[in-house]
Design a protein around this ligand. Structure first.
Ligand SMILES: [Zn+2]
Length: 273
């Protein structure tokens, strides 16, 4: 047995020698000027792996109201638990003066955010999987609980506002208030998430809302089931005022939506760092 192994080893060595020396002489002959025998041996580049800094992270993206909510008044007005009180299942959301719905805006931005987070390695769960006139919901209690069982690292609820106040514009990020027993476990990290999302949006050239939340772009609310029922850090972001003509132009353009998505992803990455 030992003899056989030794014989095979010798054969392998003999077989390798001429090939190796042949390859070496070939390389020297064919190399462009400047190559010398002292240069390190050529190593083919390994296929590049995409950087996945968010591998192992779980993010819930909640793309706001379903487009068809207004077609289902009985369903979306049904009261559901919202954290110690009841609220309607959902609302219809707002729109630009030109008729571009908040539901569609939130959906399109959410898709961009989802794609980018997945590219970065995160697992992303959505609270709705379509943007259709013949669908409604989910209700705020389902949105609020989404991600609790995993548990997700964070939940981002994407909306836009509809204020008719003169010159009202800008984004604001809403964190849950400290309401034991509902949010006592998450209000601290949620405020940090709110700050990170605000920084992400400011970094992409968006401005803090001038008409709510004291002008600093950060709000705290206790009346939102989507936030109250969450056991994971969460914020709701109102990306801008859809009734502002200037902001509507940004929201209705693919470049504008991509910029919103980059701001949100920057915020998520800041929080998960
Ligand atoms: Zn909304």
């Amino acid at each position: 047995m030992l003899l056989r192994v030794a014989a095979i080893a010798l054969l392998v060595l003999l077989a390798g020698l001429p090939a190796a020396s042949g390859a070496t002489s070939g390389v020297v002959r064919d190399e462009p000027v400047g190559f010398s025998a002292q240069d390190p041996p050529f190593r083919p580049e390994l296929p590049r792996r995409r950087a996945q800094p968010l591998a192992g992270k779980v993010v819930v993206v909640d793309p706001g109201h379903q487009l068809g909510n207004h077609n289902y008044p009985a369903q979306i007005n049904r009261p559901v638990p919202a954290g110690g009180f009841s609220k309607p299942c959902n609302t219809t959301g707002t729109a630009t003066n030109g008729g571009y719905p908040e539901a569609t805006f939130a959906w399109q931005v959410s898709r961009l955010v989802t794609r980018r987070l997945r590219d970065l390695g995160a697992t992303v769960r959505l609270t709705r999987h379509s943007n259709r006139q013949d669908r409604w919901g989910p209700c705020v209690d389902a949105r609020g609980r989404a991600g609790n069982g995993m548990p997700a690292d964070l939940k981002l609820s994407i909306h836009a506002d509809g204020s008719y106040a003169a010159a009202a514009r800008g984004f604001h990020v809403i964190a849950p208030a400290d309401r034991a027993p509902w949010t006592a476990d998450i209000f601290g990290p949620s405020r940090r998430l709110a700050t990170d999302v605000k920084s992400g949006l400011l970094g992409r050239g968006f401005v803090a809302a001038n008409y709510v939340a004291g002008g600093d772009g950060l709000d705290v609310r206790s009346d939102l089931g989507t936030l109250n029922l969450s056991d994971v850090p969460t914020v709701m972001v109102e990306l801008g005022n859809m009734r502002s003509a200037a902001e509507a132009r940004v929201m209705t353009s693919p470049r504008g939506r991509a910029r919103y998505a980059r701001g949100l992803v920057a915020g998520v990455r800041g929080f998960l760092r």
